[in-house]
Design a protein around this ligand. Structure first.
Ligand code: IMP
Ligand code: MG
Length: 372
């Protein structure tokens, strides 16, 4: 679930597999009921876009039926009218049959009208139309559409059989055209002692990004007794974890407050897959996305050494005990692994060697940031 790019355009996820499935089930139920007295109806899918819809529809249709596909092809006519449309693939004698056209999408209805005219000449007994998607705002024809899965606004969609200039048909879900993302949004990770805070500041200044440290956002809200701060505190006072929703809402406010930013460095968030999903969804609604998760990679032994060294002078008790330090890494690694998998699945995980001087590491991170 995220913003994807096909050719030159960006698309955001729009209709889930589950919603598609439910819509198809509804169409199957309606047609089954209406056709219960018909002796073997013939379902005809209009290629190419309808292949997935037809496959899923037919799988759910439990009464006897026949299935066929046609393609509307245009060829240059020899007469003066120029282009003539022709259905390729109907060889059956359709006289007296009940035919149900299965369309993936009806937009202006131009295609449907062509198909209608062609079938009228074939003396079918009954012609019904079922479409998975329908754009009521653009449909201008006086043709009956018997079954409509999901009405959608007049925006271009892809996926589940539908293409944008040839590609995108294999997407399982439906994506909707969106504007090009303007922001660079990065989730920054680093184990304790890796120098993440320092690097976040360097990168914030270099790329003019807003650094959102979850810890700071929490302290700000609690100190200023905002509604969300009070809510968070009430959980903390009872010794409970603050629910994801409260944390996410705080971050949303922070993002909305800085809506003219070039982008954000998220620090300390997300920590769980469900938080990562919520963040994706929130950004998607704004036509934005996470460009990548960037993680500083430093060997544990080296970090333990560094932290113990720091503990000698800083007096921080949690930096003085090796087993406590190692525990923090276990926790860090467990959490990071989950998110690493999540972002890696979207090709958005980038590890950076975190050993070296501050400028060296900033340079390495910059090389990643530049690419994102
Ligand atoms: P019509 O405007 O109803 O004739 O639709 C023509 C064809 O355009 C459809 O069969 C689809 O192949 C394609 N089409 C219309 N709207 C969309 C869309 O939002 N995404 C992908 N293809 C579309
Ligand atoms: Mg079509």
């Amino acid at each position: 679930m995220s913003i994807i790019k096909l050719h030159d355009k960006y698309f955001k996820s729009y209709i889930s597999s589950k919603q598609i499935d439910e819509a198809i089930q509804k169409l199957v139920d309606q047609t089954t009921e209406d056709l219960k007295d018909v002796d073997t109806p013939l379902f005809i899918g209009i290629l190419n876009g309808s292949f997935m819809f037809v496959a899923d529809f037919i799988r759910k249709y439990n009464s006897d039926c026949e299935v066929s596909f046609v393609k509307l092809a245009s060829y240059e006519g020899t007469n003066s009218t120029g282009k003539i449309k022709q259905l390729v693939g109907v060889n059956e004698n359709l006289e007296g049959r009940t035919v149900v056209i299965l369309e993936d999408i009806i937009d202006t209805g131009n295609t449907l009208q062509e198909i209608y005219q062609i079938f009228e000449d074939k003396k079918v007994k009954q012609l019904k139309i079922a479409t998975l998607f329908f754009k009521p705002d653009v449909f201008k024809k006086a043709l009956p559409i018997d079954y409509i899965g999901i009405p959608i606004p007049d925006k271009f969609i892809v996926g589940y059989g539908l293409d944008y200039d040839g590609i995108g048909r294999n997407l399982e879900e439906i994506y909707q055209l969106t504007t090009e993302p303007k922001m660079k949004n990065i989730v920054l990770f680093g184990p304790p002692g890796a120098g993440k805070g320092t690097q976040a500041e360097m990168l914030r200044d270099k790329y003019q990004l807003k650094h959102i440290s979850t810890g700071e956002v929490f302290r700000f809200n609690i100190k200023n007794e905002t509604e969300l701060g009070k809510l968070a505190k009430s959980y903390m006072d009872d010794g409970n974890l603050v629910p994801d929703e409260v944390t996410i809402n705080m971050l949303k406010e922070e993002v909305d407050k800085n809506s003219d930013a070039n982008g954000f460095i998220f620090d300390g968030f997300p920590r769980t897959e469900s938080q990562a999903k919520a963040l994706d969804q929130f950004l998607e609604e704004k036509g934005e996305r996470i460009n990548g998760m960037v993680a500083l990679e430093v060997s544990e032994d080296l970090l333990v050494e560094r932290l113990l060294e720091r503990g000698k002078t800083s007096g921080r008790s949690d930096d003085q005990d090796e087993s406590k330090i190692r525990n923090r890494f276990v926790e860090y690694n467990t959490k990071t692994a989950i998110l690493k998998d999540y972002y890696q699945a979207q090709n958005k995980y980038f590890g950076a060697n975190g050993v070296g001087s501050i400028p060296e590491i900033t340079e390495r991170l910059s090389q990643i940031f530049d690419k994102l």
